[in-house]
Design a protein. Structure first.
Ligand SMILES: O=C(O)CCC(=O)C(=O)O
Ligand SMILES: [Fe+2]
Length: 374
């Protein structure tokens, strides 16, 4: 196992060691993704932002009521398994999250991004130290840094804790918005409960006991993210995009999007397929950890957001990973003579940090005020 900084100290605010960079790059190549200096496997769309508009049927809708109420988890798990093998993305309905909570969450999201720039900058992610939460301005994170710059702005938070360690610690919250914190915490709790159900569905779908992943998710890294995508316009730079092409780094993502649209998913043929908003649904996509643990049986698809609608787009993704130190290993049901377990094991935390270094310019230089303690 390698440490994040090569020694005992695992402060993530140190440039990643060459060893970690190579390891994460190898893992990305293993997973079939492009990395710096290597050919980009993402097939160029015909127009810069072209996508197939008619492909809704390629992203299935799964009614998960019987997983949520426990009446037929196996039936729902079968549908999840099929969607993960064929697409990697699916919509869910009858998920049990109250629409009123989702509406309140959009309201505070919009209020947050409407705050003056100075108020948002005070919460800049660089001020959170190792916790790596807070406000990320346009171009403050570039999901596909070799090719595009992200015009989106984001706000990340997680489970509030007093103790600081990589991806954990206090949330930075805007003092200007009295309701914000409570609504955000209520929403995170709802996402966590839904994620636990979905994770058990994934386990069943892979032929594992429903609680298989619980030992790897005792205190999982979670990020609840608010996103604002200004519309691209005629004056946008050629390399600007909402969020660049990427895969998600974690276990699974529960995404709520507003009615504007703009999410595109790359299918197996390398074409961009639109994933339009569907009222009352969430989009679920699996991240790199599931692709690795399932030995490639489930794929972590490349996706991006292109907002050319002329109006602002908001979306609210929730990311759940594993515990920081959980070792990402192939699960026993996905190993056979033809598909041996990958020897390139890694921990959830080191992989996530490696991906963070790749996309966050502020992590690419040593931070004086956050110099490593050892
Ligand atoms: O805003 C969206 O629809 C997708 C966002 C996304 O892909 C991400 O934050 O990882
Ligand atoms: Fe994503």
């Amino acid at each position: 196992m390698i440490g994040l900084s090569g020694g005992k100290c695992r402060s993530p605010l140190v440039p990643a060691s060459e060893e970690l960079k190579t390891k994460v790059q190898d893992k990305l190549i293993d997973l079939g993704h492009s990395v710096k200096g290597k050919p980009n496997i993402i097939k160029a769309p015909e127009g810069r932002f072209a996508s197939k508009q008619t492909a809704f049927s390629e992203i299935p809708m799964i009614d998960i009521a019987a997983l949520v109420d426990g009446s037929d988890p196996e039936g729902v798990a079968r549908a999840i398994g099929k969607a993960c093998e064929e697409v990697g993305f699916f919509y869910i309905k009858n998920h049990g999250v109250p629409q009123d909570l989702i509406d309140r969450m959009y309201k505070v999201t919009q209020q947050f991004f409407d705050l003056p720039a100075e108020a948002k900058e005070r919460l800049h992610i660089a001020n959170s130290g190792q916790t790596l939460r807070g406000y990320i301005p346009p171009y403050g994170e570039n999901a596909d840094p070799e090719n595009t710059r992200d015009l989106k702005e984001a706000f990340d938070y997680g489970v509030h804790g007093e103790e600081v360690s990589p991806f954990f610690g206090p949330n930075l919250m805007p003092a200007e918005l009295p309701e914000f914190k409570d609504v955000c915490e209520e929403y995170h709790d709802a996402m966590m409960a839904l994620a636990r159900k979905l994770v058990s569905g994934f386990a069943i779908s892979l032929g594992l006991p429903a609680d298989y992943f619980e030992k790897l998710q005792r205190k999982p890294i979670t990020i609840q993210r608010l996103l604002h995508y200004p519309s691209l316009g005629a004056n946008s730079a050629a390399d600007e995009i909402g969020i660049g092409a990427h895969t998600d780094y974690g276990f699974l993502t529960i995404l709520s999007q507003d009615s504007v649209g703009g999410l595109q998913v790359r299918n197996k043929e390398g074409e961009w397929v639109s994933a339009p908003p569907v009222e009352g649904s969430f989009i679920i996509n699996i991240g790199d950890l599931v692709q690795a643990m399932s030995n490639g049986r489930y794929s972590s698809n490349v996706h991006r957001v292109v907002n050319t609608s002329g109006v602002a787009r908001y979306s609210i993704p929730f990311f759940i990973d594993l515990d920081y130190d959980a070792v990402v290993e192939t699960v026993p049901t996905c190993v056979d003579a033809e598909n041996p377990a990958s020897e390139n094991t890694f921990t959830c935390g080191e992989y996530k940090y490696g991906r963070f270094v790749y996309v966050y310019p502020h992590l690419q230089e040593p931070q004086k005020e956050n110099a490593p303690v050892s």
